[in-house]
Structures are given as C-alpha cells and as structure tokens.
Ligand binder design. Structure first.
Ligand SMILES: [Zn+2]
Length: 225
C-alpha cells in the first residue's frame, strides 16, 4: 500500500510520511483531518483485509477527504472571493500561492475553478514542453499530468484533446528551465465547429510547468465584401 498519511481514529492521531516533500505534509494532514471529521468515514478507514472497500467506494471517500482538505486549506469561500477579485493570470496565482501558503499545483487547481466559474478556461500541469528539455519519461500520447477544465469548457469543448492542446503549447514555449516560457493566442474549436480564441500563458515552477488558457472570444471570420 502506498500510504502518505494515516489517521488512527481511536488515538486521534495522524501519522505523516517524512519522505514526502514538506509542503505536501500540509495537504496530507488536511486530508486525514477530512477523514476524521466526516462521520460516515469512521470504520471505513482501516486498512485490514476484512474491511477493504470496493474501489468505487474507496474513490468516493478519498474525493470527499480531498474536498474537505481543500475547504480547510483554502479557507472555505475565502479563496474564491480573493481569486475572483484579481485579474486571472500567473501573477495572481503567485500572489495567492504565498497568501494561502499551499503548493503551486493545488493553488492552480483552485484558481482554474474560481476563474472558470462563468467562463470556459483550462489549466495544464505538464512536464517541460520544449523538445530539448523533456525528461526521458516523457510520453507523447499522455503529455499532461493534469488537464483541468472549467465546467463550461468541459461542456462546450468536449472534443478538444489534451494532446492537441499540448502541441499548441510546444509551438510557443522557450527552451528555458525556469520562469516564464511564453504566451500566445491559441484557437480551439468548440463542439459546434466554431473557432474561439484563448490566451495561453506558460510558466515553469521548477518541477511543474503550468499553463493557463483564458477565454478571449469567438474568432471573427473576415469576409470580403
Ligand atoms: Zn484518504
């Protein structure tokens, strides 16, 4: 079993795996607190064979604990309020990361959710897009660690694949290890076949490359009169 943290109900103790990066301890601890405060998780948490849950139930319980962790670490509605009062972009992401003290990736997820409440936007967490800086483990069929989509994007752009979006990022990204890798307008086609312009911005935070794709508007066709 791959256990990063464990909650022991009868002792009310949380054990954390020291080999995990320090910033992740915070998330793992909050996740275990989630298990400890959700009443119907009691008894479902023991790792022994007799109590092993069916996978779909286990996933549901894990999702609930992750939701609780996010509500705790991002102070319930407070994060959304602050994020939505700022202009969407990498500068706001960095400032929110330091204000709330969580990892770049967990902050990025919440940002895409907050900024994407009424707009089709996407966030990608990938390895380095530039061919000269890719790791040996890079898989062209599966280039994204996460392809985060706002509800509106998922509903209107269901046919856009993560590989096609990644190919567009490769087009403009610089061969630089850290910092801003570039930005560009990118055209994505919705499920009705209409083209829309998104503004993409990519930033390298050491191990993770984050790309934010914000909606600009429909691409206007220029018709000769
Ligand atoms: Zn768990």
């Amino acid at each position: 079993m791959d256990i990063k943290a464990l909650y022991i109900p009868d002792q009310k103790r949380i054990l954390l795996d020291k080999s995990q990066p320090e910033l992740k301890h915070r998330w793992n601890e909050a996740h275990e607190i989630g298990h400890s405060i959700i009443p119907w998780h009691e008894g479902a948490m023991l790792g022994d064979d007799e109590q092993t849950l069916i996978p779909s139930c286990h996933e549901k319980i894990e999702n609930e604990a992750n939701y609780a962790a996010a509500r705790l670490l991002f102070l319930r509605g407070r994060f959304n309020e602050e994020a939505q009062s700022m202009a969407p972009g990498m500068d706001s992401l960095k400032s929110l990361k330091y204000t709330f003290g969580n990892t770049f990736t967990s902050t990025f997820w919440r940002c895409v959710e907050a900024w994407g409440e009424n707009a089709p936007i996407i966030g990608l967490i990938t390895g380095h897009p530039h061919p000269t800086l890719r790791k040996a483990s890079f898989d062209p069929e599966n280039p994204c660690r996460y392809f985060i989509q706002s509800d509106l994007f998922a509903r209107r752009f269901a046919r856009v694949s993560e590989t096609s979006v990644f190919d567009q990022i490769v087009e403009y990204c610089k061969a630089r290890a850290r910092g801003p890798l570039g930005s560009s307008d990118v055209v994505l086609t919705d499920d009705n076949g209409d083209d829309h312009i998104f503004n993409f911005e990519t930033f390298s935070f050491h191990h993770n490359i984050l790309t934010l794709g914000l909606y600009v508007g429909p691409r206007k066709l220029i018709v000769a009169a």
